[in-house]
Design a protein around this ligand. Structure first.
Ligand code: ATP
Length: 623
C-alpha cells in the first residue's frame, strides 16, 4: 500500500465488500440503461438461437443432400439447405454489428458516468483528504482504475448471455445428435470450472497489486514532472535518483503485468488441448459404438457432432475469460467503491440555509445586494485530523469578534495558528469545539456554497491554471465582460503590465503561472478576487514573498481591494497592518492580545516585542 493513499489507509479498518454486494452495486450502475440492455439480451438470444441451426443443417446436407439413401446427390435439397445456411450467417452478422454498438454504448456510458460520479465525489471531499493523499494517486484511481474496468463493462453482459446461450444450445444440439457422445465430451468440464476459479483469485490479487503500482508511478510522475518538482530535483541534482525511483517502480510494474498476462495462460492452454482432443476421442467412441451395432451413428451425425462440438469450444473459453475478467475487475471496482464510500467529513446539513435569505430568490448567476458581514470565533478549539492524542491543540479557546466592514489583522510567531484561523472561516476544516460565526450564524448552519461565495482569499502562494490570463480571471466570475476584467486589473495595479504583453489578456500564464513574476501573479490573484467581489476578504501573508518595490505596488492594489469589505489580514510584516482597526496576536494557538497598533505598543507585550524586533531588523537595510 502506498503511503500516499488515504482511502486505502481508511479502508484498512473497514470490512471488505462481499462479492454479492459488489455484483449488486455494479448491476446498479447499469440501471439507467435497462431498455438498451433488454434489446441487447434479445439480440444475443436471437443470434445464439440462429447459431444452433447450421450444424443441424450440416447433418441434413450430408445425409439428405450429398449422400441420400439410394445414392446420387439431391441437388434441390442441397441448394435449398446451402441458401438457408448462408442467409442465417448474414442475419447473424447483422445482429452482431447492432449488438456491438449497443454494448459499446452501454459500457462506455456506464464507465463515463462512474468517472464523473467519482470526480464529483472527490470535489466534495474535505481539504484534509487532499493534504493526506498524493495527487498522482487520486489521478490514478480516476484514470487507471475506471479505465481498467472498461472491458468488463463493455463486454460482460453480452458475453455472459451470448456464450451461456451458445453453450446450452450446442449441448442441446449435441444431445439431439447423440447422447453417448455428448457425455464423453462434457465429462471433464467440472474440473475445468474448478481450476478456473482458482486462476481467477490469483489474477484478482495481481490486478490489485498492478493498480497499486500504477498509482505509485502516477504519483512519482506527478511529483517530479511538475514545475515545482522538476525545479527541486534539478536544484538538488536529484534527477538520477528520481530516474532510479521511477525505473524501480517501472520494473515492478513490468513484472506484475507479465505475471498478470501469464496467469491463466497455462490454464487456457490446458483447456485448448482438452477441447481440441475431444473430437478425436469422439471418433474413437463412435467407432466403438458402430462396432457395437449402433445404427444411429451415421457419417452425417459424426460430422455434425464434431462441428457443434468445435463450436462449443469458443463460447466455453469465452465464458471462462469473462469469469476471469470479472474477478480481475472486481478488484478494480473495489478500489473505485472504496473512494466513493469515503464520506466527506464536512458536508451541508439537510436544513442548511444560505448566508442571506435573499439568495434563494435570485436567478442563477445573479447575486443579492451586498451586505456588510461580521466574523466571530466563540471559544474555538481546533486540532488537525491527524493530531496525536495528547498533542497541544492548534487553536485553543480562541474568541474574537470582527465587526462588519472592519480591517482586522492576525499576527504572531510562525506556527502560532494564524492560517488555521483563516481555514475555519470558510469551513475548510471544522472546529473541534466552540462556534465560528459568519454574519451572526454558526457556519455549520450555512450552506457551504453560499458561505464560500461571500469570502475571497488571497494567499501567499498564488495558484493559476495553465490558461490565459483572461480565463484565470474569469474563474472567479465566468460571465465577466472584458471591461470588467480590465477594471479589476486596473484596481489591482496589473492592467498596464498585462497590456504590455504581446498577447495581452490572452497571454498564457504557463503551468501554475510560472511565466509571471511573484508580484504579477499576486496582483492577478487580487484582480481575480475583486471580480468575485466578496464581502469578506482574507489576505494570508499576501505580500510577504515580495521585495519592497513589488510589495508597495501589491499593497496599493490591496488597499483598493479592502475598501468597503470586512478584511482579515494575516501578516508577518507588521508595517503592512499598523492601520488595522483591530490587531489580534496569536501565540501558541491562543489569542494573547488584541487592540489597535498604538494600544498594543503601549501595552509592551508580545506585539510590542515583535514590532521592535522587526523595526530594528529593517533599519540597516533602509538606511
Ligand atoms: P506561519 O506564520 O508560519 O504561516 P501560522 O501561524 O499561519 O504560521 P498555521 O499554518 O496555522 O500557523 O499552523 C499552526 C500549526 O498547525 C503548526 O504547528 C503547523 O505545523 C500545524 N499544521 C498546519 N497545517 C496542518 C495540517 N494540514 N495538518 C496538521 N498540522 C498542520
Amino acid at each position: 500500500m502506498s503511503s500516499g493513499d488515504y482511502a486505502a489507509q481508511r479502508a484498512l479498518n473497514a470490512q471488505a465488500p462481499t462479492i454479492d454486494h459488489l455484483v449488486r452495486r455494479i448491476g446498479g450502475l447499469f440501471r439507467p440503461y435497462r431498455g438498451k440492455l433488454l434489446v441487447t439480451i434479445v439480440l444475443v438470444l436471437l443470434s445464439a438461437a440462429i447459431s444452433v441451426i447450421p450444424p443441424l443443417l450440416v447433418q441434413r446436407i450430408f445425409d439428405d443432400g450429398l449422400f441420400p439413401h439410394g445414392g446420387g446427390v439431391n441437388v434441390p435439397v442441397l441448394v435449398t439447405l446451402v441458401v438457408v445456411m448462408v442467409l442465417l450467417y448474414v442475419a447473424s452478422g447483422l445482429i452482431g454489428v447492432w449488438q456491438t454498438w449497443l454494448t459499446a454504448t452501454i459500457g462506455n456510458n456506464v464507465m463515463g458516468a462512474l468517472r464523473v460520479k467519482l470526480f464529483r465525489h472527490l470535489q466534495a471531499m474535505e481539504l484534509s483528504f487532499f493534504t493526506h493523499t498524493k495527487t498522482g494517486v487520486i489521478q490514478s484511481r480516476l484514470q487507471n482504475d475506471v479505465g481498467g474496468v472498461a472491458n468488463a463493462l463493455t463486454n460482460t453482459v453480452s458475453s455472459v448471455i451470448g456464450n451461456t446461450v451458445q453453450v446450452i444450445a450446442a449441448l442441446v444440439a449435441m444431445l439431439l445428435l447423440n447422447w453417448q457422445l455428448t457425455i464423453v465430451s462434457v465429462v471433464l468440464m467440472p474440473a475445468l470450472v474448478l481450476a478456473q476459479r482458482r486462476v481467477g483469485q490469483v489474477r484478482a490479487r495481481i490486478a490489485g497489486q498492478t493498480q497499486e503500482s500504477l498509482s505509485d508511478m502516477s504519483a512519482i510522475t506527478q511529483e517530479t514532472l511538475s514545475v515545482s518538482g522538476i525545479l527541486l530535483s534539478k536544484s538538488f541534482n536529484r534527477q538520477r535518483s528520481e530516474i532510479a525511483r521511477y525505473a524501480d517502480e517501472n520494473d515492478n510494474q513490468i513484472r506484475l503485468q507479465v505475471r498478470q498476462a501469464m496467469s491463466g495462460q497455462w490454464f487456457f492452454a490446458m483447456v485448448q488441448v482438452f477441447l481440441s482432443s475431444v473430437p478425436a476421442i469422439v471418433y474413437l467412441v463412435a467407432g466403438w459404438l458402430i462396432t457395437g451395432g449402433a445404427h444411429n451413428v451415421t457419417a452425417g451425425t459424426i460430422v455434425a457432432f464434431t462441428t457443434v462440438q468445435a463450436r462449443l469450444m469458443f463460447p466455453l473459453i469465452g465464458l471462462m475469460r469473462v469469469a476471469l475478467d470479472l474477478q480481475t475487475s472486481g478488484a478494480l471496482f473495489a478500489r473505485i467503491f472504496e473512494y466513493l464510500d469515503l464520506k466527506p467529513a464536512i458536508a451541508d446539513r439537510a436544513d442548511a440555509v444560505p448566508v442571506s435569505p435573499a439568495e434563494d430568490e435570485c436567478a442563477d448567476g445573479e447575486r443579492p445586494p451586498r451586505q456588510a458581514i461580521g466574523v466571530a470565533f466563540e471559544g474555538v478549539t481546533f486540532r488537525y485530523p491527524d493530531a496525536r492524542p495528547g498533542e497541544r491543540a492548534t487553536l485553543d479557546d480562541v474568541s474574537f469578534r470582527i465587526e462588519p466592514g472592519r480591517f482586522a489583522a492576525f499576527v504572531g510567531p510562525s506556527g502560532a495558528g494564524k492560517t488555521t484561523v483563516s481555514y475555519l472561516i470558510p469551513r475548510f476544516y471544522e472546529a473541534s469545539g466552540g462556534v465560528v460565526r459568519f454574519a451572526g450564524r454558526d457556519v455549520r448552519e450555512l450552506r457551504g456554497e453560499s458561505l464560500v461565495s461571500h469570502i475571497g482569499i488571497v494567499s501567499q502562494e498564488t495558484y493559476l491554471f495553465h490558461a490565459s490570463i483572461a480565463e484565470n480571471l474569469r474563474y472567479a466570475r465566468p460571465g465577466a465582460t472584458d471591461a470588467e476584467l480590465e477594471a479589476a486589473c486596473r484596481a489591482a495595479n496589473i492592467h498596464e503590465t498585462i497590456a504590455r504583453f504581446p498577447d495581452g489578456y490572452e497571454t498564457l500564464v504557463g503551468e501554475r503561472g510560472y511565466r509571471l513574476s511573484g508580484g504579477e501573479k499576486q496582483r492577478i490573484a487580487i484582480a481575480r478576487v475583486l471580480l468575485k467581489d466578496p464581502e469578506v476578504l482574507i489576505l494570508d501573508e499576501a505580500t510577504s514573498a515580495l521585495d519592497s518595490v513589488s510589495e508597495r505596488v501589491v499593497q496599493q492594489a490591496l488597499d483598493s481591494a479592502t475598501s468597503g469589505r470586512t478584511t482579515i489580514a494575516i501578516a508577518h510584516r507588521l508595517s503592512t497592518i499598523v492601520a488595522a482597526d483591530v490587531i489580534f496576536v496569536i501565540d501558541g494557538g491562543r489569542l494573547v492580545e488584541s487592540g489597535t497598533h498604538l494600544e498594543l505598543l503601549a501595552r509592551g507585550g508580545v506585539y510590542a516585542r515583535l514590532y521592535t524586533q522587526q523595526a530594528e531588523l529593517a533599519l540597516p537595510s533602509e538606511s
